[in-house]
Write a protein that binds this ligand. Structure first.
Ligand code: FAD
Length: 439
């Protein structure tokens, strides 16, 4: 009787899971294991919103495994040590785990390797479609520009999508723990887990995506990011489905999944980019805690910015266009250090992800991979364009609900009680232009 451990990390699903699939085909019995590692808490990533979502994911994974005859074992402690303990308890000879890209994931893998040696099997293309480093430009270890990366990403073969196992045999009598979560939570978090993820994917109309993804009020993007972050959905399966469908919307959606891979391969090659400028612009950031706090609370006096920040606080999620605007406002208009904004996003986002968050922040701040590092998004022009009748703003700022149409974007003319603009509308570019000597 051979026993394997399927060590779940950012792949909390049964469908198209290379780790579970390999453990299941290679052994008679499988121990599905998830470890609540205090290292995640110590690094500040175990935020209430993400822990609440994770609790849903683990309950859902356990329920799905039980339908196959198995169940999930949850342990608390260092991942490698707990895995070794479960291996000793169950007689498991091999461990299967997904390759990760963050510094934390790499250290975890090194520790597992030290304990298990060649009994550890690390599976590529679980967290991303194309493994970081698989495609590279000539003479470099990663792509720094998205467009050529995307071209190569489309041309490289993606692995075959794997079926969910129907029957999984698991040794009996293994002790398991519970994840206890403590708030405060955002009041409107999405439900976690693979079942909710697949239901969302089925309900959502990918064909509309190309047309409507930038329309703030339409709210018609997939909202799959938390499920992708925790691996409730496989990016490989979503890409295969989208490319097979082939509509303009489906292709545009697959392109966004390539963005996700792109940032992962940058972080894998440059782990320091999680905290340090990917490309320094010799910034000497402006310091003003009062301004930073007004931004966090959604009280900048620019409704389109404030609406985005209120959505983040309420849902633990924000529309991509609003992320671009709020981030540009902090890092370019206020010219505050992008790390201040990135930390606030990470404290609330359910999809908060080192690769996607830090590198998108750097992209917006002009210290990352953007080929136009000094462009500044004008919040008023962007509001007129992406929320033309003001519906998104009125949804999130009830105190302005009485202002009709696009007038809601300029409350200083009509709503005297609303906070004054934190920076004058004619001075939105001044700080960055001066600091980066653009004039
Ligand atoms: C400042 C800033 C911070 C961000 N932080 C995160 C984060 O922590 N986690 C995160 O998953 N995304 C982040 N994004 C990227 C993007 O905003 C979200 O992935 C997207 O808004 C999620 O909504 P959706 O699932 O409806 O996306 P859709 O538009 O439906 O896109 C489908 C999927 O593609 C991926 N994707 C889309 N856009 C991007 C992008 N620019 N970069 C990387 N992947 C992308 C996501 O996995 C997303 O779920 C950030 C963007 C900005 C500008």
């Amino acid at each position: 009787m051979t026993v394997s451990i399927a060590l779940f990390t950012q792949d909390l699903r049964l469908h198209d899971n290379p780790v579970l699939h390999a453990a299941h085909t290679a052994s008679d019995q499988v121990v599905p294991l998830f470890v609540l590692d205090p290292g995640v808490e110590a690094a500040g990533f175990a935020t209430p919103n993400r822990q609440a979502f994770l609790a849903d994911c683990l309950a859902d994974l356990d329920a799905s495994l039980r339908r196959t005859g198995s169940r999930l074992t949850v342990r608390r402690g260092g991942t490698a040590e707990q895995t070794a303990r479960v291996a000793a308890e169950t007689g498991a000879a091999t461990v299967h785990v997904a390759a990760g890209v963050s510094g934390f994931a790499r250290r975890r893998e090194e520790r597992l390797l030290a304990l298990f040696g060649d009994r550890l099997h690390v599976h590529d293309a679980s967290v991303t479609v194309v493994p970081p480093g698989r495609i590279t430009p000539v003479g470099r270890d990663h792509y720094a520009i998205f467009t050529p990366y995307h071209r190569a990403w489309l041309q490289t073969p993606h692995r075959t999508v794997l079926d969910a196992p129907r029957v999984i045999r698991t040794p009996s009598g293994i002790g398991s723990e519970n994840l206890v979560v403590n708030g405060p939570f955002s009041p409107a978090l999405p439900p976690g887990g693979e079942v909710a993820a697949r239901a969302r994917w089925r309900r959502w109309d990918v064909d509309e995506y190309a047309e409507a993804h930038d329309d703030l009020a339409a709210d018609s993007t997939s909202r799959l990011s938390p499920y992708l972050h925790f691996g409730c959905l496989s990016p490989t399966e979503l890409t295969a489905r989208a490319l097979r469908r082939g509509s303009t919307g489906a292709q545009a959606f697959a392109r966004q999944l390539a963005w996700r891979d792109f940032h992962h391969q940058v972080l894998a090659a440059r782990p320091d980019a999680a905290h340090r400028d990917y490309r320094t612009r010799d910034d000497h950031w402006h310091h003003d805690e009062h301004e930073a706090e007004a931004w966090r609370q959604g009280r900048t006096g620019y409704p389109i910015i404030d609406a985005g920040m209120r959505q983040l606080a309420h849902e633990g999620w924000m529309h991509n266009r609003a992320r671009l605007l709020t981030a540009s406002f902090l890092a370019k208009t206020l010219y505050l250090d992008w790390r201040i904004g990135a930390a606030h996003f990470l404290s609330l986002l359910v999809d908060g992800d080192v690769a996607n968050n830090q590198l998108n922040w750097q992209w917006v701040a002009g210290t990352g991979t953007d080929t136009r590092p000094n462009r500044i998004l004008n919040p008023l022009r962007q509001a007129d364009r992406y929320d033309p009748d003001g519906s998104y703003v009125r949804r999130w700022l009830p105190e302005l609900a009485h202002l009709p149409g696009p007038a809601v974007h300029r409350p200083w003319l009509l709503a005297p009680d609303y906070p004054d603009p934190i920076i004058a509308p004619d001075a939105l570019t001044v700080r960055l232009r001066r600091a980066r000597e653009l004039d």
